[in-house]
Design a protein around this ligand. Structure first.
Ligand SMILES: Nc1ncnc2c1ncn2[C@@H]1O[C@H](COP(=O)(O)OP(=O)(O)OP(=O)(O)O)[C@@H](O)[C@H]1O
Length: 568
C-alpha cells in the first residue's frame, strides 16, 4: 500500500464503514467508504485546515486485542457554502479503528508530517466575563476550552477583572512564555491587548506576538471581517495558528500617550451612536441599531477641518527614526511620528503634501476603517482590507433625515451603504483632524466640549453649524475630541486568521482558493438563506420595538422621537 494510504473501519458523518480507504493528500484527508446500508461508495474530504486535534485510544469493542487502536480526528464541518455564515459550522469527529498499532502510528506520523494536525503552541486566553451580553465565559467553557483540549496546545486562561485589565496584562506578560494572545471578548478587549503590547519597552518584539479573537462581545467587527463569528471557526482559527499581517492606526494628541487602533476611528453621527450604545449593552448587537436610530433622529453637525496625506506616503520615504532602529532589533522602540509637530495648534495651514478636504463647512459623519465590517451586523465595504497599508476615509455633511435613514436601514448588511452617494470616500496615508467651530479650528478652547449657547458668531448660528464637537470613537472607546494626528503602520502586527481566508500579502493564493473550494465542495447540505431584505425588515421592526420599550421606560414615546426628528 502506498505510504499515504490506509485501511480502517471508519465511523464519520453519521455513517459506519468497514475497511474504508483513507488517503492523506497534500491538503486534505480523503475517506472512500462503501455505505453499509446500500453499498454505494461515498467520498468525504476533510481539509487539514478544518482539523483541530486528534486522540488515540484502545478499541473498546475489542478489549482483549490491545493491538487495535482507535484514532479520533476532530474537525469543524461546514454545512453550507457560505464559509462566513455563523450557523454553517459545527464540531465533528471521524473515528478510525485500525487493526494494527503500527498502522495507527504510521497514520498519525504521516498526518503530522503533512501538517494535518495543529502544531504545538502556547496560548494565553483572556476571557472578559462582562463583555457583550456576558456570554464569554459560556463560550470559553463550552467551545474554546474543550476544542483546545484536543489540540495539543498549551493554554493558560485568565479572566479580566476590571475595565482595561487586558492593557495591564498585555503590557506585563512574559512574551517568552507565549506565542499568541487570544481574547474571548468583544473588540474592546482586543483593542486593549494591542495597546498593552505596543506600550511595552520591547515594542518591536511585542508587536510580533500574534493576537486572536473568539467573538463574545456585542460588536464583534473584527471577527465578522475575518469570517470567524462562529465560535467553532474562531477557535479552529486560534488552534491552527495561521496569521496574516494587520495594519494598525496610531492616534496622537498633544501631550498624551499614543493610542493604537486595529478597527476604526469615527467622528460624528456614527461615533456618537457607537459610544452612546454602551447604555444598551444588554441588547447585544441590537444596541447599535437602537442608538443609531436615536442619533439619526437627533442629527447634529460637527464643525472642523480635516487634512489628509497621500496614500503610501510614509512607505515611500522611511523616517530617520526607522533607520536608527532596524526592525530586527528585539528591543527597538516605537518609532516617533515625523508629523508630531503638526499637533501644535499654532500651525494654521499644513505644508504639502498635506491637503485640506475642501468644501466641508462641517461634517455629519466621518469614518476611518481598517476592516470590511463595522460590527457583526454592519458590513460596510469589501474594498477595505486590514493589510493593504492604506487608510480609507468616508465622510459626509449630509444632514437630511431620509437621505441617511434609507441606506442605514436597507444597506447595512450588503456593503452598499457607501454606494448610495451618502458619503464621499478617499484613500490616504495619514489624517489630521482639527475639530472646532468654523473659522476658529485651532483655538485651544475647541479641544473641550463647548456649550452651543456660548457661540457668538451669528453666521455660524444661522447655519446651525456650531454645535458640540462630538465624540471621537476609537475601536468603540472614547478619546478626547481634540486636534488629532492619525497615521497608518502597515503590517505592524500579526493576527490569527482562518487558513482559507484570502489575503493580499499572500504569495500562495492558488492554494488558498483551492482550500476554500475543497471546504465548499465537502459540504453536504445546502444552506437556506433568508434574504437580506427580510432580515433588514425584521431588524428594523425589532429596532423600533426595542426603541419603544426603551423610551417608554424613560417616560418618552416613539411619537416624541419622530417629532424631534422632523423638527431638526
Ligand atoms: N471584569 C470586568 N469588569 C468590568 N469591565 C470589564 C471587565 N473586563 C473587561 N472589561 C471591560 O469591558 C469592556 C467591553 O469589553 P468587550 O470588548 O469584551 O465587549 P463589547 O464592548 O460588548 O464588545 P464590542 O467591543 O465588540 O462591541 C472593555 O472596555 C473592558 O475594559
Amino acid at each position: 500500500m502506498s505510504p499515504n494510504k490506509f485501511q480502517a473501519n471508519a465511523s464519520f458523518a453519521g455513517q459506519r464503514a468497514t475497511d474504508a480507504n483513507l488517503s492523506l493528500g497534500a491538503r486534505e484527508l480523503t475517506i472512500h467508504a462503501s455505505k453499509e446500508s446500500d453499498n454505494n461508495i461515498t467520498i468525504t474530504q476533510v481539509p487539514y485546515s478544518c482539523i483541530y486535534g486528534y486522540e488515540v485510544s484502545n478499541d473498546k469493542e475489542a478489549e482483549q486485542d490491545r493491538n487495535k487502536l482507535v484514532v479520533d480526528v476532530h474537525y469543524v464541518a461546514f454545512s453550507g457554502p457560505d464559509l462566513k455564515n455563523p450557523s454553517a459550522a459545527k464540531r465533528a469527529t471521524a473515528q478510525f479503528m485500525f487493526e494494527r498499532t503500527e498502522d495507527a502510528d504510521r497514520f498519525i506520523q504521516t498526518a503530522r508530517d503533512l501538517g494535518a494536525f495543529p502544531k504545538p503552541r502556547r496560548i494565553l486566553l483572556l476571557v472578559n466575563p462582562n463583555g457583550g451580553v456576558g456570554k464569554a465565559k459560556r463560550i470559553s467553557d463550552t467551545v474554546v476550552k474543550p476544542m483546545l483540549q484536543h489540540s495539543g496546545l498549551t493554554v493558560k486562561e485568565q479572566y479580566t477583572e476590571y475595565g482595561r485589565h487586558a492593557v495591564d496584562i498585555a503590557a506585563k506578560v512574559d512574551l517568552d512564555e507565549i506565542d499568541s494572545l487570544v481574547v474571548v471578548s468583544g473588540d474592546g478587549v482586543l483593542h486593549e491587548v494591542i495597546n498593552g503590547l505596543l506600550s511595552r519597552p520591547n515594542w518591536d518584539r511585542a508587536r510580533k506576538t500574534s493576537i486572536g479573537i473568539v467573538p463574545a462581545g456585542s460588536g464583534n467587527a473584527i471577527a465578522a471581517s475575518l469570517g470567524t463569528i462562529n465560535s467553532f471557526v474562531a477557535t479552529l482559527t486560534v488552534i491552527r495558528g495561521e496569521t496574516s499581517k494587520l495594519d494598525i492606526f496610531s492616534l496622537s494628541q498633544l501631550n498624551k500617550p499614543r493610542i493604537y487602533s486595529m478597527l476604526s476611528f469615527g467622528w460624528g453621527m456614527m461615533a456618537d451612536a457607537d459610544i452612546e450604545s454602551d447604555k444598551y449593552r444588554w441588547l447585544g448587537p441590537l444596541r447599535f441599531d437602537v442608538a443609531g436610530f436615536i442619533r439619526l433622529v437627533r442629527l447634529r453637525r460637527y464643525p472642523g477641518k480635516v487634512y489628509i496625506l497621500p496614500p503610501k506616503y510614509e512607505q515611500q520615504t522611511p523616517s530617520t527614526n526607522e533607520q536608527l532602529t532596524p526592525p530586527q532589533s528585539p528591543n527597538a522602540r516605537e518609532p516617533e511620528s515625523r508629523f508630531k509637530h503638526l499637533l501644535d495648534s499654532k500651525i494654521k495651514e499644513l505644508p504639502t503634501p498635506w491637503s485640506l478636504i475642501p468644501n466641508m463647512p462641517y461634517y455629519s459623519m466621518l469614518l476611518l476603517l481598517n476592516c470590511p465590517n463595522m460590527g457583526e451586523t454592519i458590513f460596510f465595504s469589501n474594498t477595505v482590507r486590514f493589510n493593504d497599508g492604506i487608510m480609507r476615509l468616508w465622510y459626509s455633511c449630509e444632514t437630511r433625515f431620509m437621505k441617511i435613514f434609507m441606506p442605514f436601514v436597507f444597506d447595512q448588511q450588503n456593503g452598499k451603504m457607501v454606494e448610495r452617494g451618502l458619503m464621499q470616500d478617499l484613500e490616504c496615508g495619514g489624517i489630521l483632524i482639527v475639530p472646532g467651530v468654523e473659522g476658529k479650528p485651532d483655538e485651544p478652547s475647541t479641544h473641550k466640549i463647548i456649550d452651543p449657547d456660548s457661540v457668538t458668531s451669528q453666521s455660524a448660528k444661522a447655519q446651525n453649524i456650531y454645535q458640540k464637537p462630538g465624540l471621537f470613537d476609537v475601536d468603540g472607546e472614547v478619546m478626547p475630541t481634540a486636534r488629532t494626528l492619525i497615521e497608518i503602520h502597515p503590517s505592524l502586527m500579526n493576527i490569527l486568521v482562518p487558513e482559507w481566508l484570502y489575503h493580499k500579502d499572500d504569495d500562495n493564493t492558488t492554494a488558498r482558493e483551492h482550500e476554500a473550494a475543497t471546504i465548499q465542495s465537502a459540504m453536504s447540505q445546502k444552506q437556506s438563506h433568508s434574504s437580506t431584505f427580510s432580515g433588514v425588515i425584521v431588524a428594523a421592526a425589532v429596532t423600533v420595538a426595542a426603541a419603544a420599550v426603551f423610551l417608554s421606560s424613560n417616560g418618552h414615546s416613539l411619537v416624541d422621537l419622530f417629532r424631534s426628528a422632523f423638527q431638526l
